[in-house]
Design a binder for this molecule. Structure first.
Ligand code: SF4
Length: 416
């Protein structure tokens, strides 16, 4: 169980961020906000995938004008992402958004910031201060403060950048504190995962505002996943972070899916829907497991709402040991599949029937859990896999012999 750092709490519509609230998952629409129908479609798609909060860009007046209509058609809280023009923030507040994001790097005129603070305060809306790497603002004593902070961070690999980020943050926060405004979320994103870890760790030591974690411009999903999940997972495992946004150059639906999965595996959120585990396959495989796994995954998303653990394993040789804890498991082999529910064998079907039979067992098991006749995570009996005897002889005997280095290592043909 991860002990999370205590922070203040803010309210974004019906969603709480910080304090003892669960870590919230955010994403951002990729289309134009002034395309009302497209924007609503995208927001609702992200919400259906599990996004707790969705951010939209409002670069132009026509974008903030669209917000009023958009807000009528969505239920998930909306954040207006404001850059350069403080008026967009005021218009978005007027339209009824639930949170504003400001960038100190491009909205740094004190009077303008104060106007946004006052508008948000009047409506009890929180503001995220997004201090992205490279956003630099001027201040009278900046050089002195940078020197001080530079000395503090002199042993840090990102010392200079950290000093700039912290000094910027202090300066910006001063404006908020002077107006008694504390409904603040802080982010400090960078494209550099190591800087992200250093920056958030330092900020969490210095400020008690909830933190919005993210790696900016993480790139395509193929590489962006590692770039994002390593720093975010490390911070979250250390108790740092109250809301996350994974950003990919791809359909933002993946941001939500991966963000949720990250929280699930860290035990920071209660899983919604089935958890699918599958073997990577090896030379023992005798069915088209990769295709089967894709199909099972899609069907589970459609039909299973409980966090049932489902295992799809390529064979009975190592499968039973490797799918420990699964509620429903299928072991494939010899163009067939054997299905187990909590350790009990319930079906043995040819390859073409595996998908339907597995889904059928998952649905039946879900119904039993809903009726209180079964409990998730219980193992009623140990799976005793069939002895893989085939034309090559006794599988177990051969495996045992091979392990002992006594005889050949031919793979057994599984015989169900
Ligand atoms: S379950 Fe069987 S097929 Fe899959 S990786 Fe393990 S040994 Fe190979």
């Amino acid at each position: 169980m991860i002990a999370r750092r205590k922070t203040r709490q803010v309210k974004v519509g019906q969603v709480l961020i910080g304090g003892d609230a669960p870590v919230a998952v955010q994403s951002m629409t990729s289309g134009y906000t002034h395309d009302i129908d497209g924007c609503v479609r995208e927001i609702n798609k992200l919400a259906a995938a599990g996004a707790d909060i969705v951010r939209v860009a409002v670069p132009e007046r026509k974008d903030t004008e669209a917000l009023r209509e958009i807000l009528k058609q969505v239920t998930v809280p909306i954040v207006a992402d404001v850059h350069f023009h403080f008026q967009r923030a005021l218009e978005a507040v007027e339209a009824g958004v639930q949170k504003i994001r400001l960038n100190p790097g491009n909205i740094n005129d004190r009077a303008q910031v104060e106007k946004v603070i006052d508008a948000c305060k009047e409506r009890s809306l929180p503001i995220r201060i997004g201090v992205n790497e490279g956003s630099i603002v001027e201040r009278k004593d900046k050089q002195r403060r940078l020197k001080e902070l530079g000395a503090v961070f002199s042993n840090n690999r990102h010392g200079h950048m950290l000093a700039i980020m912290i000094s910027k943050l202090e300066e910006y926060l001063d404006i908020f504190y002077e107006r008694n405004f504390y409904d603040i979320v802080i982010s400090a994103k960078s494209i550099d995962p190591l800087l992200v870890m250093d920056a958030y760790s330092e900020i969490s030591r210095r400020f008690d505002h909830p933190l919005h974690l993210g790696v900016t411009h993480a790139g395509p999903k193929e590489t962006g996943t590692i770039r994002s999940v390593v720093p975010l997972g490390t911070l979250l495992a250390g108790g740092i972070g109250d809301t996350i946004r994974i950003s990919y150059a791809n359909d933002p639906i993946y941001e939500v899916q991966d963000g949720l999965e990250l929280l699930y595996v860290l035990g920071l959120r209660q899983r919604r829907g089935a958890e699918l585990i599958a073997c990577p396959t090896c030379g023992r495989i005798q069915v088209d497991l990769f295709t089967l796994v894709q199909k099972v995954n899609a069907r589970l998303k459609e039909h299973i709402t409980l966090p049932i653990k489902v295992a799809v394993m390529g064979c009975v040789v190592n499968g039973p040991g490797e799918c420990e804890g699964a509620d429903v498991a299928i072991f494939a082999g010899d163009k067939r599949g054997i299905i187990y529910v909590q350790g009990q064998k319930v079906a043995n079907v040819p390859e073409e029937q595996i998908l339907d039979a597995l889904l059928d067992q998952c649905r039946q098991f879900q119904d039993k859990v809903n009726r209180g006749e079964a409990r998730l995570g219980e193992k009623l009996v140990d799976i005793i896999p069939p002895d893989p005897i085939g034309e090559l002889g006794s599988g177990y005997a051969k495996i045992a012999a091979a392990k002992a280095g006594e005889t050949d290592t031919s793979l057994p043909v599984l015989n169900f």
